[in-house]
Design a protein. Structure first.
Ligand code: AMP
Length: 543
């Protein structure tokens, strides 16, 4: 082999930080936080503080690769943690505060987090669980002295920790394969699984996110990531925006608040935004009810679940905001596909174009997709034939953290658990989900865990839980159960019991009793039959 003569420049998050600080030092970052309704500073200010955090972390006696967890909403301190931790050669482990306490404890212990950085608003969660987290040596509350809570626990104040440290700390030179961040997916049943990203995967993924094949970020744009920073690194926006020099607007804890989002968009002249359908529903409802507009907004990316047609139409027709559906997973960093209109289809009549507009989209360079039947045969790209969706690329996981299960097949693809079609133009569409989960407001509910909780009730003989359509949350759980004996059990009674076993937001919206549940040949519940049978079921919460 004749090796090329080019530099071995390491694709690290440190290099993204250097670039952003050097080129776009005066660009703004605006955040809503618990202790400041509208905090505003520049990239230069941010990276000066990232330096201070890096210096503070260096004095803690941590070893390379140690995990530093964050439990926080979208704001500037969380951004500082993202960079300060990863650029120090430590792993930024973002935790979803909506997890059921047992799951939260499980992942902190599985990750063996040494330090926990927690938002002021989320601290009460940790206070209750502290003694179940033996690996955690320090807890840092992300606020200033004036807002520090009264607590028995040994905690530190973030602002005090930073004070006095140099603003030009020299971060270590890192190999691009160094682990940078960790995010657990609780998608399927069983234990949550950790996806461990590297600097290289993060940088390549962020480059794809700046490209015009996806978000098309540049320094003229103002991006509002409404997707949580604990959900797949807020779809890379904290990296991609800094790389492109875009202004960032962080909504803090107010992510599903239509009034706050409207105000932020209009006040900060947001041009691009990204989030799950539930968020956009809240925004559109608020705009409609208050007869308001969002004139600066040019495009929204909708991912995490399919984009409803009515949502696309309302954004585009009423507000002149382009909608780009997108698909991805925690395991894929997440960008897998992004929907923008190819010239080959743009002149189609509106009714013929619409089905393409609603698909999950096209893979950007770096992502390769396959759809294969259960025998492993690749299916035609005709928009009709469907198969198990496989994905490969430099920002796709090759295994889970501290888990030996092989997730790559003989052709080098990771099975996504989604069933999809791909059409002649390359647009992928999710048609079904092989994995048995319910997606409510962008967050997973494990139907198996719920079923187990239901069947542990003495009055329930057998139970199946499926997701049924809900206009606000996309899907909500419906229990279909066989009652034991002649008893009765209302949804209220059932939920009063389930509340002790699962998170409140997992509680089913409805229960239907049947004489018998359908089973497949293997004896497993045949959820396909149930999904078909109950696809038009109206939940009480919708009426
Ligand atoms: P997560 O790892 O929590 O981000 O969840 C990833 C899963 O969400 C995917 O495997 C899909 O099942 C689902 N998902 C994400 N985006 C879409 C989309 N555009 N359409 C349908 N399902 C989606």
């Amino acid at each position: 082999m004749l090796t090329g003569n080019m530099m071995d420049f390491q694709l690290t998050i440190n290099s993204v930080m250097r670039h952003g600080r050097t080129l776009y030092g005066q660009q703004e970052i605006v955040s809503v936080t618990a202790d400041n309704p509208l905090h505003r500073y520049t990239y230069e200010d941010a990276f000066a503080r990232v330096s201070q955090l890096g210096s503070a972390l260096a004095k803690m006696g941590l070893s390379a690769g140690d995990r530093v967890a964050t439990l926080a909403w979208n704001d500037y301190r969380h951004l500082e943690a993202y960079y300060g931790i990863s650029c120090s050669g430590l792993v930024c482990h973002t935790i979803n505060p909506r997890l059921f306490p047992e799951q939260l404890v499980y992942i902190v212990n599985h990750a063996e987090d040494k330090v926990l950085m927690v938002d002021l608003l989320l601290f009460p969660l940790i206070e209750k669980l502290r003694d179940k987290m033996p690996t955690v040596e320090r807890i840092i509350i992300m606020t200033d002295e004036a807002h520090m809570p009264q607590t028995e626990l040994n905690v530190e104040c973030y602002e005090t920790l930073l004070a006095g440290h140099p603003t030009d700390f020299t971060f270590p030179e890192l190999d691009e394969k160094t682990a940078s961040s960790l995010c657990y997916t609780s998608g399927t049943t069983g234990e949550p699984k950790g996806v461990l990203y590297s600097h290289r995967s993060t940088v390549l993924h962020a480059m794809a996110c700046t490209s015009s094949a996806s978000f098309g970020l540049n320094s003229r744009h103002t991006m509002m990531p409404v997707v949580p920073m604990f959900h797949v690194n807020a779809w890379s926006m904290p990296y991609a925006c800094i790389m492109a020099g875009s202004k960032i607007v962080f909504p803090g804890p107010k992510m599903a608040d239509g009034a706050v989002l409207t105000q932020l968009i209009n006040h900060e002249k947001v041009t691009l935004a990204a989030g799950v359908p539930t968020i956009w529903l809240a925004l559109l409802n608020y705009l409609r009810e208050n007869n308001l507009t969002v004139d600066s907004l040019q495009a929204v990316t909708i991912g995490g679940a399919a984009t409803p047609r009515s949502m696309l139409e309302e954004f585009e027709q009423t507000h002149k905001v382009t909608v780009n559906p997108a698909w991805g997973m925690t395991e894929t960093s997440p960008l897998g596909t992004f929907n923008s209109v190819r010239p080959e289809i743009e002149n189609l009549p509106a009714d013929e174009l619409m089905p393409y507009r609603l698909k999950a989209g096209l893979p950007p360079y770096g992502v390769e997709l396959s759809i294969r039947n259960p025998e492993g045969i690749e299916q035609p790209r005709d928009g009709k034939s469907f198969g198990n969706l496989g994905i490969k690329g430099p920002w796709v996981a090759s295994q889970y953290y501290r888990n030996d299960t092989n997730i790559i097949d003989d052709k080098g693809f990771m099975d996504t658990g989604d069933i999809a079609t791909i059409d002649q133009y390359g647009y992928m569409q999710i048609t079904d989900r092989a994995k048995d989960v319910i997606k409510s407001g962008g967050e997973w509910i494990s139907s198996i865990d719920l079923e187990n909780a239901c069947t542990s009730h003495p009055k329930i003989a057998e139970a199946a839980v499926i997701g049924v359509y809900h206009p606000k949350w996309d899907e909500r759980p419906l229990v279909i159960a066989v009652i034991a004996g002649d008893d009765t059990l209302s949804i209220e009674e059932l939920n009063a019991y389930l509340e002790k076993h699962v998170a409140k937001w997992w509680l089913p919206d409805d229960v239907v009793y049947v004489d018998e549940l359908p089973h497949a040949a293997t004896g497993k519940l045949d959820k396909k039959v149930l999904r078909e049978q109950f696809k038009d079921h109206t939940l009480p919460s919708e009426q």
